[in-house]
Ligand binder design. Sequence first.
Ligand SMILES: Nc1nc2c(c(=O)[nH]1)N[C@H]1C(S)=C(S)[C@@H](COP(=O)(O)OP(=O)(O)OC[C@H]3O[C@@H](n4cnc5c(=O)[nH]c(N)nc54)[C@H](O)[C@@H]3O)O[C@H]1N2
Ligand SMILES: Nc1nc2c(c(=O)[nH]1)N[C@H]1C(S)=C(S)[C@@H](COP(=O)(O)OP(=O)(O)OC[C@H]3O[C@@H](n4cnc5c(=O)[nH]c(N)nc54)[C@H](O)[C@@H]3O)O[C@H]1N2
Ligand code: SF4
Ligand SMILES: [Mo]
Length: 738
Amino acid sequence: MASENSSYQICPLCEACCGLEIRVVGAQVQSIRGLSSDVLSKGFMCPKGVALKDLHEDADRLRVPLIRRNGVLVESTWTEAFEEIERRLLPIQRRFGRQSIGLVLGNPSGHKPALMLYIPQLIKALGTRNVFSAMSLDSMPKHLSSGMMFGHWLTLAVPDIERSSLLIVLGANPAVSNGSLWTVPDFRGKAKALRARGGRIVVIDPRRTETAQFADEHHFIRPGTDVFLLASMVHVLFDENLVKLRHVEGNVTGLAELNSVTRRFSPRVASRICGVPVEVIKALARALAGSDRGCIYGRMGISTQRHGSLCNWLVDCLNTLTGNLDRPGGAMFPRAAAFSANTRGAAGTGRGIVVNRYQSRVSHVPECFGELPMTLLAEEIETGGPDQLRALITIAGNPVLSVPNGRKLERALTGLEFMVSVDLYLNETTSHADVILPGVSPLESSHFDVLFPQFSGRNHARYSPAVFETLEQRPSEWEILLRLSAIVRDLGVESDLRRLDDEVAAAALSRLSVEVLASQDSGGLVGPERLFDLELRHGPYGANASNRTDGEPLSVSVLAATPGGVDLGPLTPRIPEALRTPSGLIELAPAECRQALDAVSVDLPETSAGLQIIGRRDVRSNNSWMHNLKTLAKGPARFTLLVHPVDASILGLTEGGSAVVTRGDSKLTAPVQISDSVMQGVVCLPHGWGHDSPGSRLKIASERPGASLNDLSDGSTGDSLTGTACLSGYRVHIAPFN
Ligand SMILES: Nc1nc2c(c(=O)[nH]1)N[C@H]1C(S)=C(S)[C@@H](COP(=O)(O)OP(=O)(O)OC[C@H]3O[C@@H](n4cnc5c(=O)[nH]c(N)nc54)[C@H](O)[C@@H]3O)O[C@H]1N2
Ligand SMILES: Nc1nc2c(c(=O)[nH]1)N[C@H]1C(S)=C(S)[C@@H](COP(=O)(O)OP(=O)(O)OC[C@H]3O[C@@H](n4cnc5c(=O)[nH]c(N)nc54)[C@H](O)[C@@H]3O)O[C@H]1N2
Ligand code: SF4
Ligand SMILES: [Mo]
């Protein structure tokens, strides 16, 4: 009989980063459960974690490379695939220059360390400015505003929910998403505990979401108008003399400017535009000011809109002005054990962030955090001229479904001279590639959270080795990326990966300001493990940390011996030490934000015809790519259009019937679900669907394909400061489908 054993695995699918216990018999997964001794997730998991088994076993998941031959993608060896890339990509680079090759980085590339830690090397090797990632469909406004206020893109304040007594949630649905830019496994449990302690949760969202079901109050807000609500809350604080900086009193600058720039936004002015009653706006500001352990938190809904950066900035201003920033129960700064810029270098001051070092070629949109907005990808491919994009490498991204105006992007992809995808599936995007290099199943990957402990509600460190060995003849994902780097550096497909990996480690050491000779202590480790180890050893809980007296210094071997991880305690105050602004202060009124807020019109927007459309997420789905997993795909239809009963009756829509949703020349059809959970005048449709593309190999997903919400968007509007896509709030026309 095959032996049964149990392995520890950190789930890489979403930001909750749950610790799982995987029981294996022989080469088969027998069961997947939440590991109750995990220091972070304490046994919590969601159905997607269970579906890691389906993902591992999915017959449609690619296991060998595919190469396009005579228009058809056929299986190949790894050597053939890399040789094909060398044969086709290098001449493009030589002839048209470095800018002619672009890079698309999708959401899972931020979750899998083997991808995340080796992408910088590939970007450097390519020498291209044409880097596009899911951040510009998502989080960039938060990175920019946090960077301007606190000095680094990843120095983000997160709710300390375990000690909070008031949590205001704006444009986020953590009960389904399990938190974002806030690692909070089991949000529901923590929300219930907060209320059981006598605390209060308020949700503001155009839909009465699953999170609202855990709240004491829910208020509808018109999509895209949060900047008015937030600026008027700041206005109320100044107006009613409620500003009390408390412990950060000596650490802020820009208070007077913030006061003056928000003067125009009285609750009366704001309420007319955003639809939240004047008394509610005032009450929210007063409640936050009156709370010693309160916090306002905003996410996707306030980011992917015209004023996304302003909204994210104002959220942090509200927490600061009410004395709730950097305070237990408020919004706090985690201290991650590794990979965190705000634990490196001189404490309390730094260079801050720089933007606009270059602009996009066609529309001259400024660079932000080293990349350009994803919505510009199609025009960079389609517009002729020097530096036109002619080749593309996509890594764990499905932009045909995830980027506004996916159809236009799809057309553009077909015009590329060469495309490589590193992905698990042959899907809507990768079906346009000339070579597909399959990544490995999460169960074949070791895991260390590179990003998420930086946004986590509790300090911790965890590591999980791979559950299954990758088959010997297959490269792991970091090796794939190193091989691609070698090819574009013209080092040949046979080059020594070990040497390239040493370069990556050397770069890490220089980031850590560590002398190479003094640190040859990661005995025998290579690849991501060596990087984890170096970062841990030289991080704030490593052997060299001056501020740690308790516990064993962290290293990969210490964590590997501790399945479930090491608890590093609740978040502790970090101002001013975590700041990296040149002033050494929290910048409450960055000039860019003031100018952009000054430019916001307080005139009532012209009411145009149609309804505003917003998106939604589902617990059994993850953006565009998990619809092929059978345990997730079953059950009630999830691709439905939510319509308010009053709108449904005006439009002649009936429950279970179909509606045609139109915008300009684009249209799609969706089943109607009538519900007063959605605000009147607003309809709601999930994104990431549309799995009927003939080139895909997604058997289960194609049985219930749905349609892509992003086909409706023209992708022409973005956040005023970062160009991040506006994903919701635009107007659509709706009619019954006959
Ligand atoms: N309308 C609308 N559009 C949206 C959103 C929205 O709310 N509304 N959300 C936006 C947001 S927040 C995001 S993050 C983006 C996400 O959009 P993308 O960044 O495009 O990511 P996914 O849709 O998750 O697709 C992930 C891709 O990675 C592949 N993949 C999965 N796991 C692995 C792996 O381990 N290795 C490799 N090599 N490949 C893997 C999958 O097969 C798939 O092709 O969508 C954005 N688009
Ligand atoms: N199950 C599941 N979990 C996921 C994902 C998934 O696809 N499925 N995706 C992951 C990813 S990539 C991300 S980025 C996170 C996102 O995590 P969240 O931001 O928590 O999730 P969303 O569902 O995008 O929440 C956005 C909310 O904003 C609301 N909204 C829309 N427009 C507006 C507006 O103008 N103003 C306000 N105030 N609200 C608005 C929507 O109704 C929605 O409730 O989730 C992650 N987790
Ligand atoms: S909430 Fe689900 S998908 Fe997210 S990390 Fe946990 S088990 Fe994985
Ligand atoms: Mo995202």
